[in-house]
Design a protein around this ligand. Sequence first.
Ligand code: FAD
Ligand code: SIN
Length: 542
Amino acid sequence: MEIQTDFLVLGSGIAGLAFAIKASRLGTVAIVTKKETIESNTNYAQGGIATVIDQEDSFESHIKDTLEAGGGLCHEDVVRFVVTEGPERVRELIEWGVRFSPSASSEGYDLGREGGHSHRRVLHAEDLTGREIERALVERAGTIDNIQIFENHFAVNLITRSKITGTDERPDRCLGSYVYDIKNQSVRTFRAKFVILATGGSGKVYMITTNPDIATGDGLAMAFRAKANIANMEFIQFHPTCLFHPQAKSFLISEAVRGEGGVLKLKNGSTFMEKYDPRGSLAPRDVVAQAIDRELKKRGDEFVYLDIRHRGRKFLKERFPHIYHRCLEFGIDMARDMIPVAPAAHYQCGGVVVNEYGETTIGHLFACGEVSCTGLHGANRLASNSLLEAVVFAHRIFKRIESIFAVTPADTLYIPPWDPKGTVESDESIMISHNWDEIRMCMSNYVGIVRSDKRLHRAKRRIELISQEIDEYYWNFKITPELLELRNIATVAQLIIACSRLRKESRGLHFNIDYPYRDDANFKKDTIVNRDILSALNQNGL
Ligand code: FAD
Ligand code: SIN
């Protein structure tokens, strides 16, 4: 059965929900989400959302900090509008019911500080900002008749219409998506006037990540298969301080802990960050993660410590109640013990290329949030700028569509239903779990914080082989969410490797020991790839 809607929103994190709430004023919205609605990276955000609301702060300062963190690759026009439009969008979140922590000493909100920010400008809800934002947006969306949420529905592929010019065939309009209904084990066709990809990031491509299980780069892989342009996938942000404990699956110790005075220390208790950056433990993430990586490798250690004991129990319990209690569950008392931490894959700075209105290179297909590459983050995202980017772009996409909605007819092209013919039930689930582990291991060992040409080449060969195996399997067996995620994660891995191989320098989050310098003359530009570019590179053995 085909489902028709004005807007098809893939994903129910901050980007998808913020857009859906706005778009519902224009028409019907179907939100498709692969698990329950709240399950998203958004739900786990801790530090907060950066914006200029303090009299002492200024737009110029936030812009300068963002540009500096971005290692020369931010698009300055984008940085300017995201920063200056930010306060209005944050006020809108508050109107929609988000309760940020109030200031204890004055009117207004408590403002946190994080690495790379020269002012306190991070609004937060204790240390569970994402959960509070997600709660408010889900509640708000639930009151709107025009919004229908399809939980446990997994977007499989985008449906596009192509235009043929000479020998060139390009998708010129996105018509919808094939979506796997997990409970009924069947694929449904969703047709829409406008499709918004808001599927988030891809941290699960690495063994150790702060991201929840949903972060498998599905939207990115779908857009790539549909021939959209993708950029800057070499810039994977590793968060310096993920809790190091065998039972703590990907638990983040917020950068706000360093913002409140937490200091990174070696196992012997000595500090080390001052050797790497005058800002010490509060340097931007690329600098801190690379410094920790170097110290760990030098000493053969598995973790460093984060020491915030000096702030005392009362402060820690009030400012970081969630982190405080989670640490206690693992036997770590933040007020008495130093916290063992290690870097973990955290954020995808690259993504589906969009313009200043969130339009991808395929007509009627927009991308918003972590799945997109807007030009804001450049080679390294400034902390707490991603929630901000999502709400600013959700609004811009809405304004763009609002201006053309009334004159945009629905497309009536016939869309063939999903055809599972010839496929049978999977007989070897081991293929999925084995390849899943192999991809993540390969990416962590060869395409992590420190890269080299040799490591990238090895990773390319291995991932190519695994991808061929997955493709054969995909066409022969009935789909399952695990198979779809495996296929997508393999594509994301290929894209990270391809972009990393193209950037023969070190900048921001991309460090290659064969080119340990920044080369502005040749590489002060985005790394743009798509299916055609990738197959040309492969054909030429590059
Ligand atoms: P998400 O919130 O990840 O939402 C993606 C949605 O798409 C989910 O609902 C998912 O289920 C759905 N989805 C994915 N694939 C499919 C598919 N195939 N079919 C259907 N649905 C699909 N940023 C900040 O600015 N400040 C912070 O303090 C901060 N803290 C963070 C802490 C942690 C632990 C993590 C992991 C990230 C943090 N970030 C922070 C980053 C920020 O949370 C994310 O970048 C942001 O929330 C992404 O929002 P999104 O809407 O783009 O994607
Ligand atoms: C954190 O709280 O450290 C995460 C902030 C971010 O990723 O922006």
